[in-house]
Write a new protein. Sequence first.
Length: 404
Amino acid sequence: MEILVQKFGGTSVESYDKMAKICQIVKTQKDKGLDLVLVVSAMGRKGAPYATDTLINLCGDINSNPSKREMDIIMSCGEMISGTILVNMLIANGIEAEFLTGQQAGILTTDTYSDARIKYINPSRIKQALKQDKVVVIAGFQGVTDEGEITTLGRGGSDTSAVAIGKALECDTVEIYTDVDGIMTADPRIEPEAKILDFIDYEEVFQMADKGAKVIHPRAVQLAKSGNITLAIKNAMNPTYKGTKIGYMNSYTLNDDEYEEENELKVAVAHKDNIAQVRIKTEEDKFTEILDEIVNKNISIDMINFFIKEKTFVVDEVNIEELKVVLDSFNLDYEIIRDCAKVTLIGSKIVAVPGIMSKIVRGLSKDGISLLQTSDSHMTISCLVNREDMKKAVHAIHNEFYIK
């Protein structure tokens, strides 16, 4: 039978009522004859009793520098709790089910605590349970090293777990259930006119995540791309809605009714705050040494504009003090402008469409928003603005493309 992997995030498993909805989704899929593997996150978000952040604070409150090994052990408990409860609810609803930890599911990782990478998955135990007609529920976000040490996969790790398991089981599709109906053209908390995208290419969604949109973890997208797996972003509370599909654009089949609409320019607007602009006055040859030292300090820079006698880029504000140490060591003349934000337009057809930049500038200008800097790639145009103007900038750019 066909195997379908479904991942349920923290908001989807945060209560008994929400888990009851999952049981209904499972029953619907089982009635279609599918074998199901469910990957779960910890229950709820920050502040909830069994959320990952809550578990972290249990040790962080007594030790400001807790052991990473022991932190991975306690962080892994959240998914074990939600998975165990969900399995018992499925069984109570007449659905045979079995829970597996990351280790029991055969997820082998590197030994980097709190940010491990998956090396290999042995799905034999998963397949064994599926042959017994059981729904397999697996703890996301975790795995085990060759030495048997429990590890966690970093933020968004349950997404990565689900896609990696889907790849190991040779699935065509992995469904990611969350609390929204799909990926939207902007954050709806900022832009009330944001629209749901029916389809988005791997590269586009990767850029959205990279540029600040909290849609799906980039590592999960890369895994899906490498395995040619279609991702479906769906709402656990509205499971019949089609949601957003992520895949290769050339494999997405359009019907006649949507062909013309889908061939129009489709873009999304992402945003990220708490960044700073850095302006350095220096010659080209010296700046190579500066860049080498910035790399050595593991400081990431973005929106890089190079001129003969001035170099401009942005950094996350958390890296400012360490960056200043580097710049001062070269005795440089520089300026750091804090409280900035980056607003990015993303779309696969941007490079082929004339007038995109003029629409962005027109939209910002109409709202009196100062444009501090821009950078672009084949599918993104990023605009640096003052942080106080970020919401207005998202609204202004989105309006230029979606409000007629």
